[in-house]
Design a protein around this ligand. Sequence first.
Ligand SMILES: Cc1ncc(COP(=O)(O)O)c(C=O)c1O
Length: 288
Amino acid sequence: MKVWIDGAIVEGSQARISVLDHGLLYGDGVFEGMRVYGGKLFRLADHLRRFACGARAIGLELPGSLEWVEKIVLETARALGEDEAYLRLLVTRGQGALGVDPTSCEHPQLVCIASKITLFPPEKLQRGIDMVTASMRRPAADALDPRIKSLNYLNNVLAKREARLRDADEALLLNAAGMVAEASVANVFTVREGALFTPPPSDGALAGITRASILEIAAAEGIATHERTLGRFDLLDADEVFLTGTGARVVPVATLDGAPIGEPGSHPLTDRLSAAFTPFALERGTPF
Ligand SMILES: Cc1ncc(COP(=O)(O)O)c(C=O)c1O
């Protein structure tokens, strides 16, 4: 693992952050998860745009220009030197006095971690994962907008923990109205009669970059796509359900709350989109 911190790239075990950093104390900051495919950073500009938007949404000024951040990301990827990798870029409010007041934090702290990530074992990706509906809801946009990729992921962590305690792989999160928002760190799609459906980000999901890529791939392949509010019923009634995310990529869902989705073991459109995602990703990378 390589980490860019305080102007230098160090081994993961050498990277240090202050206990007075408000990212640690209050989850005050934003982050991005990015992938390297075939030695190139996938959709770097889109990740940087979302990162900058998230920082602006929480009133956090980045400690340098976006071009400077981009250079750091590329430099960290280069230091790791892997053709397949996962990068975590984050900015915290920085060190400050104890207390939630962010005005004492004068220097935001930027960190970039380059490593590997495996969210689900390969056999799960073949068969499909088991998902359960979490007992907690996604926070509403008027509490904490889920479109901000903030360091405050306790809702996501607890939903995932609940899924694991219930012997499932992943959690489905509903919004305050009881409609589908997303999974713990992935977007949700259904397939019905050859068409794709996914909830709009305003239903409580992050505007996922993998999600946008799948919508683009589907459109190019002549598959109809619809951004539409979905309920649990729509998932149970679907021919296929899959999740998308930088970490997870494209993951078929086999069951929801113990009920099989579609034909067990059969997810042809998910497989087709997943296969099409690889060349798509290789074409949209920034070399480092
Ligand atoms: C809450 C949440 N939803 C969805 C996603 C998927 O977004 P992306 O495809 O941009 O990784 C993520 C990404 O990690 C996430 O944290």
